[in-house]
Design a protein around this ligand. Structure first.
Ligand code: MN3
Length: 208
């Protein structure tokens, strides 16, 4: 998609039934076509009167929120964050039948910083399940390739001037309610089988 105003809804890089049975076709239609689409539309509406910012990338807008007109700041934070988070979320998933694994350098960073993939996923689970209300949990890398887990409320994003988010779990109920109702831990356990390590490894390789 164009990475500046007007933003467009990025198509899913797989079919709507590709993540089934972990996430149903129905969930993907609602989540992508309705929820994510609304963030795109509302981001464009908020930016429409802010001509000076029409060439800015999404990442740049989200790291310079306080430079925007005050009347647009909250809407860009919420909806720009919503677009950023959902792009990351959907683009780093693949069918549970597809076998991918971390690249050698990502694997060694995971071993060094977490003590292995299982421990990384356990820490990410704590952040995802422990997030009160709606929000996100991430595995991020700093600019030196050091990995950590963090979480944000609402549609906030990690500090993009310091961190590159590599993968994320959407813990808004709209992401899982049709398939898991209130069982967020079950959603998490199934969700991590969808991670597309090829995409995640590629974004890690591009940091250094
Ligand atoms: Mn969502």
């Amino acid at each position: 998609m164009a990475n500046s105003y007007p933003f467009t809804l990025q198509a899913l890089p797989y079919s709507y039934d590709a993540l089934s049975p972990v996430l149903s076709e129905e969930t993907l239609h609602f989540h992508h076509d309705k929820h994510m689409n609304a963030y795109v539309d509302n981001l464009n509406k908020a930016l429409e009167p802010c001509g000076r910012f029409h060439d800015c990338t999404l990442e740049s807008l989200l790291t310079r929120l306080n430079e925007l007109p005050e009347s647009a700041q909250t809407a860009v934070r919420n909806n720009g964050g919503g677009v950023y988070n959902h792009q990351l979320y959907f683009s780093t998933l693949t069918s549970p039948k597809t076998e991918t694994k971390p690249s050698a350098s990502l694997q060694s960073a995971i071993d060094r910083d977490f003590g292995g993939v299982d421990k990384m996923f356990a820490e990410l689970k704590k952040a995802a399940v422990g997030r009160f209300g709606s929000g996100w949990a991430y595995v991020v890398s700093d600019k030196n390739g050091v990995l950590s887990v963090c979480s944000t409320p609402n549609q906030d994003v990690p500090d993009l001037s310091k961190f590159v988010p590599l993968m994320t779990v959407d813990v808004w109920e709209h992401a899982y309610y049709l398939d898991y109702q209130n069982r967020r831990p079950d959603y998490y356990d199934a969700f991590i089988t969808l991670i597309n390590w090829d995409v995640v490894s590629n974004s890690y390789e591009n940091i250094k």
